[in-house]
Write a protein that binds this ligand. Structure first.
Ligand SMILES: [Zn+2]
Length: 363
């Protein structure tokens, strides 16, 4: 039995960092908001803000904490609304540099470094990996993990729930994930196979420790109260399925996809999408148009599938992601490996272009 039902704000860890802009040392805390239920039940960890600019996901986590009544909760709910506190502070997707003089860091995308966390030897590596360590340390002791994400302006995507299908998770974990997904009330489901290289997402690592995990992405792009409400409803459904709350989750008829494929701009310019999220697309069909001084260039879909996300009118560089396509068929091992290499190369190209533009790279 829990000691006492109630709500409590706790500090997981504090970091002392040098703020180069302000020229002073600052203390920043990674927080967890705990709802201790009246009755026995599971420990659910709700993580948001690994990407610090995903406001809707961050606010949905905070809203969940506000609405949960300890008298009605079974077990414990630990909510981390801003997992990457440094990114959230600056409204950035990744750990910001050079605003803070942090540890040497190459990987600044927190939801790509959970696979490099060493739970035995303690926190190590750059600041992003240290944050990931503290989150994962909490998650591995829990019974469920819900990782919250959302679209960020100027992007837009379909509401979706994702679960990894790595056979290494074991049958029990996979079955629980399956039930969570089925009873989430989210229409689009993406069951992704292991990526083999450059995994590192929380929902790909937690299940390796025996903790069922799902990634939820609701709304975003154009932040609205209606989207926030939709997000909280999904979280309540998941909590009912997990046994944290009594009641039947609302279900919907689901459409199931096997993976997501990235599509990049092949040239720089202003990007205007032609296809909207939720629309079907055929291989070779135009997803959008890049306009620059040399004219208009169509970006074709390399796959048959469903448009999962788009960038609205925005400047793109060569290698900037403009869309994700949800595809029906699972990829083979070789395709997955080839894709991982393509991704690494593309993200390097895109990052280099961004750095050059920001004048951070000395040529
Ligand atoms: Zn995200």
């Amino acid at each position: 039995m829990p000691d006492e039902a109630g709500k409590e704000e706790k500090t997981i860890v504090s970091f002392k960092v040098w703020n180069k802009e302000k020229e002073e040392t600052e203390l920043h805390a990674l927080k967890r908001y705990v709802v201790e239920g009246k009755r026995n039940g599971p420990h659910v960890v709700v993580n948001a803000g690994s990407h610090g600019d995903e406001f809707l996901a961050i606010d949905a986590a905070k809203e969940l904490y506000e609405r949960l009544e300890p008298e009605k909760v079974n077990g414990r709910v630990s909510i981390i609304p801003e997992a990457n506190i440094f990114a959230a502070l600056k409204n950035k997707r990744e750990t910001p540099e050079p605003e803070f003089e942090l540890y040497e860091s190459e990987e600044r995308n927190m939801n790509r470094c959970f696979d490099s966390v060493d739970l035995v030897d303690g926190p190590d590596g750059n600041i992003t990996e240290r944050l990931a360590y503290h989150v994962l340390k909490l998650v591995v002791k829990a019974d469920y993990c819900f990782d919250l994400h959302t679209a960020t302006a100027p992007g837009y995507k379909i509401d979706q729930i994702r679960g990894k299908t790595n056979p290494e998770f074991g049958k029990d974990v996979l079955q629980v994930q399956e039930r969570l997904i089925r009873n989430s009330g989210v229409e689009y489901v993406i069951k992704t196979p292991p990526q083999y290289i450059g995994e590192g997402v929380l929902a790909g690592v937690a299940p390796l420790h025996g903790v069922p995990a799902v990634t939820v992405e609701i709304g975003g792009g154009a932040y609205s109260e209606e989207e926030l409400e939709r997000y909280v409803t999904v979280l309540m459904n998941l909590m009912k399925e997990a046994g944290s709350l009594y009641g039947e989750p609302d279900t919907v008829k689901q459409k199931i996809y096997r993976d997501l494929e990235e599509v990049w701009a092949s040239t720089a310019g202003m990007y205007e999408p032609v296809k909207e999220p939720g629309e079907a697309v055929r291989k070779g069909e135009a997803l959008g148009v890049v306009t620059n001084e040399r004219g208009e260039h169509e970006v074709e879909s390399p796959f048959d599938g469903l448009v999962e996300s788009v960038h609205r009118q925005d400047w793109v560089n060569e290698g900037t992601r403009v869309s994700y396509i949800a595809i029906k068929q699972e990829r083979t091992f070789l395709e997955a490996v080839a894709d991982a290499f393509r991704r690494l190369l593309r993200s390097y190209t895109a990052r280099k272009a961004t750095r050059e533009r920001e004048g951070l790279l000395k040529l």
